[in-house]
Design a protein around this ligand. Structure first.
Ligand SMILES: NC(=O)c1ccc[n+]([C@@H]2O[C@H](COP(=O)([O-])OP(=O)(O)OC[C@H]3O[C@@H](n4cnc5c(N)ncnc54)[C@H](O)[C@@H]3O)[C@@H](O)[C@H]2O)c1
Ligand SMILES: N[C@@H](CCO)C(=O)O
Ligand code: NA
Length: 430
């Protein structure tokens, strides 16, 4: 039966995502009410620039005082789409203190302070939902938290940043320059307010921390995630990748160690074979593989960024939280009981593609091969191209630990015949 008294929603932030949330709340109001069992009403919208024209939002709902809005006491759900750490964190905790549940899209905040925010939600008997924080529209948090709650997840691997996938895809397929592709991603609403978060891998690392935490029932924070951005990927790297039948993607990889006693989480550019499903993920799309004991391999694919797709995930959470509210319950909170240690990058085992500039003279190849052997890194293939006494040597290894590879590269740099290490890239997905 439909309740006539509406549930009141406070929207914090009305940018790319917030404006789409407001639009869908208005255009789909009747369906949302029917699905929830009560109407949902936009009770206030906190913005930074009140004079901006905001189509479809009544002037009297706009305020620049977000704190007063969350303190009103009659708000059922606060939707936080401001982003960043402060004031978002204080606003969310104040919302719980004043009786509201919270829906957020803020991966940076959740990766840093997720544990405290979950504790605050629990202390006040409220919900904290954040499906939009990871991979935009793609349902991922809820499947991991609920659908896979009876299984054992061993690995989560995927493309979780739309901006960088858009840039890498453009560089690969059209030969576009980095800046040109970034400007286009920003204009399309994919990039963060400061795109450094995207291109340096912080955004993907925050998402990896959130995914690893939920998948392994262990607290994983942004600082636990190894991170390399994609700003140093060059046209030459794409050419090398092509020769190997690969392309380059910025990947987030969360793994349980083989002995099950620890986990790792990392973000870095990697070569993947063109035959791998991730190779055909184009534009701002995201795709994530989840491997579990009983389920085997699952793949989640869809739009990972942009106003409307992200608002879809926010609205899904809003419906869930409103339903909980009406039935007097809350959804699942943080699950960190496994408390597994998070190992550093040195423990990670994978394959590597190393490109060296060397002197083109007898014995160089043997010298280089010896360094690999001394560090217990087994070579899979070697390709050499020489010109005027200089040569480029491309070595692809079998699986080795990152620590062993690091030692190998350090020793290679010390060889007189090695003029430079042009690039080192991990090879995944084989
Ligand atoms: N854009 C996407 O594709 C996307 C996807 C998933 C998640 N997110 C996340 O959603 C959140 C919002 O992202 P966005 O792309 O809409 O950013 P945005 O910069 O377009 O919007 C944020 C809005 O918040 C406003 N704001 C800043 N401080 C404020 C304050 N104190 N009070 C009220 N308003 C304030 C800004 O003026 C801006 O309009 C971020 O956490 C982001 O990481 C974005
Ligand atoms: N800036 C992010 C938004 C989605 O989280 C991206 O490009 O993926
Ligand atoms: Na999502």
């Amino acid at each position: 039966m439909m309740r006539t008294r509406p549930l009141k929603v406070a929207l914090l932030g009305c940018g790319v995502v917030g404006s789409e949330v407001a639009r869908i709340m208005t255009t789909h109001a009747d369906d949302l009410a029917a699905r929830i069992g009560a109407p949902v009403e936009l009770a206030g919208v906190a913005v930074r620039r009140p004079d901006k024209v905001r189509e479809g939002i009544a002037r009297e709902l706009i305020t620049t005082d977000a704190t007063a809005l969350v303190k009103r006491g009659d708000i059922d759900v606060v939707v936080e789409v401001i982003g960043g750490i402060e004031p978002a964190r204080s606003l969310i905790t104040t919302a719980f203190e004043h009786g509201a549940s919270v829906v957020s899209a803020n991966k940076a905040l959740l990766a840093q302070d997720g544990a405290d925010l979950h504790a605050a939600a629990e202390a006040h008997g409220k919900d904290l939902y954040y499906e939009a924080a990871v991979a935009g529209a793609i349902p991922l948090i809820r499947p991991l938290r609920e659908s896979l709650a009876g299984d054992k997840v061993n690995r989560v691997l995927g493309i979780v940043n739309g901006t960088t996938n858009f840039i890498l895809d453009k560089m690969d397929t059209t030969g576009a320059g980095y800046q040109e592709a970034l400007d286009e991603a920003t204009a399309l609403g994919y990039a963060e307010a400061d795109p450094t978060a995207d291109v340096e891998g912080f955004d993907a690392a925050a998402k990896a921390a959130i995914l690893a935490g939920i998948a392994f029932h262990t607290r994983v924070r942004l600082d636990d995630v190894y991170r390399e951005g994609m700003t140093e990927v060059t046209a030459a790297d794409f050419a090398s990748a092509k020769e190997m039948g690969c392309t380059i993607k910025l990947l987030a990889i969360c793994e349980r160690a083989e002995d099950g006693q620890s986990v790792t989480a990392r973000v870095h550019p990697a070569m993947i074979p063109l035959t791998h499903p991730l190779a055909s993920v184009r534009g701002a799309y995201n795709a994530v593989f989840v491997e579990s004991d009983a389920s085997g391999q699952l793949m989640f694919y869809g739009p990972g960024a942009g106003g409307a797709p992200t608002a879809s995930a926010v609205l899904g959470d809003l419906v869930a939280v409103c339903r909980n509210r009406l039935s007097g319950t809350t959804g699942p909170g943080e699950s960190a009981y496994a408390a597994l240690p998070v190992s550093g990058m040195g423990e990670v085992v994978t394959r590597y593609h190393i490109s060296l500039d060397v002197a083109d003279k007898p014995g160089v190849l043997a010298q280089v091969a010896t360094v690999f052997a001394d560090h217990d890194v087994s070579i899979d293939t070697v390709r050499q191209q020489g010109k005027d006494g200089e040569a480029s040597l491309v070595v692809v290894t079998h699986r080795a630990s990152d620590a062993a590879l690091g030692g190998t590269v350090e020793a290679l740099r010390k060889l007189d015949t090695v003029r430079g290490v042009a690039s080192i890239m991990r090879v995944e997905g084989e």
